[in-house]
Design a protein around this ligand. Sequence first.
Ligand code: AMP
Length: 478
Amino acid sequence: MSSHSDASTAQAPDTPRAATTSFDALGLIPELLRAVTEEGYREPTPIQAKAIPPILQRRDVMGCAQTGTGKTAGFTLPLLQLLAPHANTSLSPARHPTRVLVLTPTRELAAQVEESVRAYSKYLPLRTAVVFGGVDIGPQMKQLHTGVEIVVATPGRLLDHLHQKSVNLSRVEFLVLDEADRMLDMGFIPDIKRILAHLPPRRQNLLFSATFPEEVRRLAKELLHAPVTVEVAPRNAPADLVTHEVHLVPELRKRALLCHLIRSRDMRQVLVFVRMKRDANRLARQLKQDGIIAKEIHSDRTQVERMEALDEFKQGKVPVLVATDIAARGLDIEQLPFVINYELPHTPEDYVHRIGRTGRAGMPGEAISLVGPEEIRFLEEIERLLKRKLPRAATPEIRSETRPSHRPREPRHERAERHAPRHQQPPSRPAAPGFDYSKPYEPSPSQKPAGPEPVAPSRRGPVRPTAALLGGKREPHK
Ligand code: AMP
């Protein structure tokens, strides 16, 4: 690894022209222009306009940009162009040495990057493989043995391949570290250093990170030679397209409020954040008990389960995805309208990452935070980072009968009510604005029995009680 602590750092100009350049003017070859046109990209995003030229000039780049800015194409397109002279259709593995290595912190991000590389390289005979843990290593080994120019990998599984000698990195010319700050958070820096020992010292290095804590700066200093720094705000900076809404709510009422928000706002695709894996499991289970289809996604679930949950969410089959910060990193969900912070993150930067999942592709998004009394200090830290106070919403007066599953005791009549057969329970409807939750539930004569399965809010059939669960009465369906 080359050490360049005295490396000079050039700043890519942040000119209006940079943002309006066409892909053509960036000097991309026809095969790539055709691929980006087919992807529907009309012009480069700011990070692409800034990163593509120096990468094509074989400069090292330090990119300050988060997922959602178009950074994947920002590094992939120029790298594919630099690889183009090597593109060939030979069947011999020797003609396809690995020349590009992209390291990502999560399996989801690795899979997404690989998907993008495939899309952008479809008119070039170059081979790509993705390797990550949690799935059978055999097929990956087989694919690597055939020879692949581009390897996208998470560090742990790549080390397994290196130990088993199923991948040879001695001819890597380009290294990309994607989401370096998250690599750091996830403790991958030692693994990365082990991987670097397998790479030739002379190569072009690109490092992308949303934030630059001291350790990432140190890594960048060790890794990058005279880097060009490119920096952009998130494609839609928090202030631009995302509406923030804070509900100050006691911990015990969060679940009922969450159900209420999902139903009353007819949320058909919402990413709900919690901090711990076990909380993701519990909340998804509770939502299902409350009649809302939900799945959880976190690092203890198998890769197949995570991919399945994500696919179902993207297709709109599962309206609620409960995620931890790590599992949600790099998730690219186009036009996600809602993000709910069921718990605030303890690091303010994570709030920015979380809300970066919404308000993308020019679509407005809402970031709603349920903030318990213990979390006020985290809210204040977020506000300090964003340099503004987030608007507090008038939280509906909800009397919760939704109990946390670990609650030790509950009055007998409530237990009986919760365990009553579904058909004896009042059906759920989102309450109308201004609905009086303080009154006891009064079933209407027209109420129908509830269906046997939890139903997505988008297919609002009769589901379990909202107003009733919340201690209110049923309103006619809107
Ligand atoms: P990324 O930050 O690389 O994860 O990209 C986020 C999203 O932006 C992906 O869905 C890309 O398909 C999309 N994207 C990338 N570049 C462009 C572009 N120039 N124009 C429109 N969309 C883009």
